[in-house]
Design a protein around this ligand. Sequence first.
Ligand code: AMP
Ligand code: GLY
Length: 424
Amino acid sequence: MNILVIGSGGREHALCWKIRQNSDVKNLYCIPGNAGTDGIADNYNIDILDSVTIKAFCVEKKVDLVIVGPELPLARGITDALENAGIKVSGPSYGAARMESSKIFAKEFMGRYDIPTARFRIFDDFKKAEEYIKYIGAPLVVKVDGLAGGKGVIVAMTTEEAISAAKSMLDDKIFGSAGNKIIVEEFLKGEEVSILAFSDGKNIIPLETSQDHKRIYEGDHGPNTGGMGAYSPAPVVNDVLMKEIEKVILKPTIDGMREEGMPYKGVIYAGLMLTKTGPKVLEFNVRFGDPEAQALIPRVKSDIVDIMLGTANGDISGKTIEWDKRYAVCVVISSSGYPGEYEKDKLITGIEDAEREGVFVFHAGTKKENGKIYSNGGRVLNVVALGDTIEEARHKVYSGVEKINFEGMYYRKDIAHRFLEKKI
Ligand code: AMP
Ligand code: GLY
């Protein structure tokens, strides 16, 4: 079997690492990949949005399954383009990917199926948004409708902040056309958790729980990032709550998509807030989370290829996932300046020393030149450790992180703090 993974982050390196464990996989390709996927997969430097070239590549290489990591190609309809040429894809269609690419679509969809989420209003006119924000008052959350690389959400603790966010989105167009329409929604209080599931359009296989750490600084301060670390499982979700999440969120979502003629195939990710009145959806993503995938995938004991092929074929019935009971902690190492302007081209040392500590090092923004590894992005490396206790996994992961070095490297030292706080 030949498999193509699209993307270049830690999520894609973790996927490639896992896929390689299936001995039926002959050729594994990655577009464009990074220095970590290089060696376990054949990297090809093709634009991930160029579905014409990717289609030709799949035909030439006889690719049996395409796994799409990031949201942008999905939002642009890569699944439809490839499926029209008879190529199997684990990833939702253009229509289904609107669950992430249009927050308004997702909100209205949730409204149609009574899926719990924050109350909201939609605006395309700043004056009207301002009037409403003044009337309702902070705290409020202001979001652009379209994709903004995780930056299009402002949690405003004051009314002035909310007004200025709405103005920057609607009038100043700081997110371009993604901000032609905005959502102003109720601020939800609680703990966040990432719930992911495989779906074939009819059935779901939920993954174990995980928690992301979105802010750049310790204690969850500072600007939002793509994610600075993750751990799994998140004990804040017990079996009873998980059953409720499946019943009131995952199942109605998959059933609703099918009823509306766009069966959801691939991985669905519900970002939830666990509020006093139950779990509520903050957002849907139409793919694996990053860095959640890096914490989840090393815990998967079953073959992932069989399940992902099942999602593409529209049949995962009867399949299950066996999980490693151990805890996983993933720490993201980023470049100085991230999530703003960041530095690149810094020589990275110590990866092999870290691996000798028993951790996985999944690459994100890295490149290889003359056998040496250099930074090439905002989030650079993901160090992941497994442990019988969360403390053991944390201890191990930070021993690994400390072996790694490059100029300006930054990481949060408090990954999994919410778990530990609960134990105190
Ligand atoms: P989103 O991309 O919609 O998940 O938003 C990014 C982050 O903003 C989330 O992970 C939350 O931390 C926060 N957020 C989004 N919506 C809300 C909300 N209604 N109430 C509180 N925080 C929110
Ligand atoms: N970790 C958040 C995301 O993948 O969107």
